[in-house]
Write a protein that binds this ligand. Sequence first.
Ligand SMILES: Nc1ncnc2c1ncn2[C@@H]1O[C@H](COP(=O)(O)OP(=O)(O)OP(=O)(O)O)[C@@H](O)[C@H]1O
Ligand SMILES: [Mg+2]
Length: 251
Amino acid sequence: MSLHTNVHGKHGDFAIEATGLVKRFKSGKGFVEVLKGVDFDARHGDLTMVMGPSGSGKSTLIAALSGLLRPEQGRVDALDVDDLWKLSSGRIDKFRLDHCGFIFQGFNLFPALSALQQVEVVLKFQGLTPAQAKKRATEALTEVGLGHRLGQRPSALSGGEKQRVAIARALAKDPKILFADEPTSALDGENGQIVIRLLRRAASEHGAAVICVTHDPRLEEWADRVIKIEDGVIIDDQRRIPNPDAVLASH
Ligand SMILES: Nc1ncnc2c1ncn2[C@@H]1O[C@H](COP(=O)(O)OP(=O)(O)OP(=O)(O)O)[C@@H](O)[C@H]1O
Ligand SMILES: [Mg+2]
């Protein structure tokens, strides 16, 4: 038995632990099995990279882990929740709102809102007062280097800046679990590097379990762990020493 005090909740260093995830989709008259009994875990403070070819089930895995898409079989234990999928949908949504951040390839920003408002909205939804939300949102945008662009709408921001707004929005609530699905694929090398370094810092400095899906093998440099998935099966899982100062080579 361990004598260490468990600072992260009853699942120890694991922020999230899933076993036996099976996800099927209807296809014609039959079903296609997209996750074939996947076991997965991710630790606080780790940047865990999930790599695999298109269609291998990466986004489906993220959705099953984060309570967005119910698997047919398997369970997900996350933070202090045993079996996330046993909760009511309202409590799953609350869990996601309270503890999870999301970053997607397409940024998912509201066109009519300024950078500051994009971040404030989420914080107010979480229950912060307008003044608290404004302060926290300004800090988060400053942390990603956008302190001078607070009033801009997405149409006036570059792709790299939009992705940084999305990261600020995800990080502002200091999520314990951060899901990123192809966060750099729409960006050039320089902006990709800014984004992957921010994800690295979210793990190292904020202690988040960062789970990052990518096609891009160059991002492995920043990872603590690289998990490979093919055709709904995990085929490789390696720990490595990250290099936070790595330079993203151009394609
Ligand atoms: N809602 C759905 N209905 C039916 N099939 C689906 C659905 N969502 C995903 N699929 C199928 O499941 C498989 C895995 O999809 P998924 O989006 O998880 O792949 P991925 O690894 O994220 O791929 P990419 O790298 O292209 O984003 C694909 O064959 C896809 O067509
Ligand atoms: Mg995908």
